[in-house]
Design a protein around this ligand. Structure first.
Ligand code: LLP
Length: 424
């Protein structure tokens, strides 16, 4: 159970950290570390919040698979009615296997779709292609004709809206590689409408990720609404408005009420869409899964180098790259609290041979000793999905907690599996 006071399902029972009531030390004991632990209850709760806030409008939540593409997670999201936002043939295959009933609720985004990926999506009968360029539109028309199918499309427009977030994950400015400039869109729609195999049915927008204020979303949707009205005036049957993903969360210690923040977002979008008959598509990733997950790691060693104190964990940048890649902050908490221990400032680092392999720098935590377990919080999104095998390290195992039960949803790989595709 998530306490209403905490946006995270990771809470202390006495001095022991638990995930939705299940003792985290016991999970580490049973499944080993590094270990991703997710609360299925917390994921359902987030979807529930979105469903409630968007209930007044026709909508579909198309979970962004890239945030966490675990088959077990996709299966559960499919069962509760979600659709999916995919960006590759690989992600389509995940949905086909884990949630076949949801394939008709798939939207396909991405700037570099290949012919074979288009073919697979056309054959599968997905809901919508979010087309990002005219060249892509032409290839899609060609593939649809070759297969005797019709591709429902939206153009992903670039609204030239600035969303304050990390530059690597901001996408809505005209200088970014994403989408088609909104001013050019009517012309491209006209062209699309004339192409055999193409049915323009929507407009789509995504301005970036980890966006903490609603104004940029509202500004983008306002511009897109005007476009929808213009296109309808031109005689196009625009039925879908895809507002993308991007709703941010609090990674630090500050108060955060996910339900209030979703309400604000929904109220802003709904008011921009007031009176417009349209099927709203939403592509949340982080908001749904980030806080439901933590990466559990064991301290291997501690050492003092000059003035610096280091805590070396068995998890590394290959397991969770966000701190190294974006200087992202993740709270790090001890799995067992010891009242008798003092606080200590340290760099918490992994064993990978790169100075960028850190989880935190100059971070104050309870003094950590070799053998202790720590939890890196809010690691459910863009954690495992960005994991690599760098330094020939196997991926962490993954556990899902549901109704007080822990289920292993990904076992640790063997070296045989790791090397299986290599020839020598
Ligand atoms: N839709 C599209 C077209 C996207 O490109 C993305 C994320 C989403 C939806 C989901 O956005 P979300 O709701 O999760 O913010 N690796 C980075 C985040 C990259 C986001 C990429 N696109 C990180 O760890 O912060």
């Amino acid at each position: 159970m998530t306490s209403s006071a905490s946006p995270r399902p990771f809470l202390y029972a006495g001095d022991h950290l638990a995930c939705s009531g299940v003792d985290v030390s016991a999970l580490a004991q049973e499944f080993g570390t590094p270990l991703y632990v997710y609360s299925g209850d917390a994921v359902r709760e987030r979807i529930g919040m979105m469903e409630r806030e968007f209930a007044p409008v026709t909508h579909t939540i198309c979970y962004a698979v890239k945030a966490n593409s675990s088959l077990a997670l996709l299966a559960r999201l499919g069962t509760i009615g979600c659709g999916f936002d995919i960006v590759s043939g690989g992600e389509l295959e995940r949905v086909r296997r884990a949630a076949p009933e949801a394939v008709s609720r798939v939207v396909f985004s991405g700037v570099g779709k290949q012919a074979w990926e288009m073919d697979a999506a056309l054959e599968a009968g997905i809901l919508l292609f979010n087309v990002e360029s005219e060249a892509e539109l032409e290839l899609l028309a060609e593939r649809a004709q070759a297969l005797g199918k019709t591709a429902r499309i939206a153009l992903r427009v670039n609204p030239d809206v600035f969303a304050e977030t990390h530059p690597y994950i901001s996408t809505g400015l005209s200088e970014h590689k994403f989408g088609i400039a909104i001013a050019r869109a009517p012309e491209v729609y006209k062209r699309a409408a004339g192409l055999a195999g193409i049915e323009p049915v929507g407009v789509s927008v995504h301005i970036g990720s980890q966006i903490r204020s609603v104004e940029p979303f509202a500004a983008a949707v306002q511009r897109v609404r005007k476009l929808v009205e213009q296109l309808r005036g031109d005689g196009l049957q625009i039925r879908f408005l895809d507002a993308g993903g991007g709703v941010g969360i609090e990674y630090g210690k500050a108060e955060f009420d996910p339900s209030a923040s979703m309400e604000k977002y929904a109220v802003a979008l709904r008011s921009e869409l007031e009176g417009l008959e349209i099927h709203l598509l939403l592509e949340p990733g982080r908001f749904v899964i980030a806080q439901a997950g933590a990466l559990i790691s064991r301290v291997l060693y501690t050492k003092q180098n000059g003035k610096k104190h280091f805590v070396i964990t068995d998890a590394a940048m290959n397991d969770l790259i966000r701190p190294a890649l974006y200087h992202a902050h993740h709270e790090i908490v001890p799995v067992v609290r010891h009242a008798s221990r003092s606080q200590q400032v340290s760099d918490i680092v992994g064993p990978v041979c790169e100075s960028g392999d850190f989880f935190a720098q100059d971070r104050e935590t309870q003094a950590l000793h070799a053998g202790d377990l720590v939890a890196l919080l809010d690691a459910g999104a863009y954690g495992m999905s960005l994991a690599s095998h760098y330094n020939t390290r196997v991926h962490p195992a993954e556990v899902l907690i549901e109704a007080g039960e822990a289920k292993l949803i990904r076992r640790r790989e063997t070296f045989d599996e790791l090397f299986a595709a290599e020839l020598f």
